[in-house]
Ligand binder design. Structure first.
Ligand SMILES: [Zn+2]
Length: 108
């Protein structure tokens, strides 16, 4: 989880998760996303239109010759994914998250 590699697409069981609840950092438990913000981007990674306030810190990532915005947990610093500006929702954001870094806790 601490290297910045990404799991293979379409391997996360969270892709088919449709219940209401919150997605937490698998490392420290920080609450990151609401299930309301989740959408199917077709990329094979869990995708969200917005993060909860203060959940993440971002930095510009120039690896692979591309300029991308990477984000990591504001609490423990674990890398979660990249955020793009081509989201389908009103925010225009697409948080492309590594499913292995997320822990889903359904609403009871
Ligand atoms: Zn964390």
């Amino acid at each position: 989880m601490f290297n910045e590699g990404t799991e293979r697409p379409f391997t996360s069981e969270l892709l088919t998760e449709k219940r209401k609840g919150f997605y937490h950092c698998a490392n420290c438990g920080n609450k990151l996303f609401s299930s309301e913000a989740k959408f199917d981007s077709g990329t094979g990674w869990p995708s969200f239109s917005e993060a909860l306030p203060g959940a993440f810190k971002t930095k510009v990532d120039y690896s692979f010759g591309m300029k991308r915005i990477e984000y990591h947990c504001a609490k423990c610093g674990v890398h979660h994914g990249h955020v793009f500006d081509d989201g389908p929702s009103s925010t225009g954001k697409r948080f492309c998250n590594n499913g292995l870094c997320l822990l889903f806790i359904p609403e009871t």
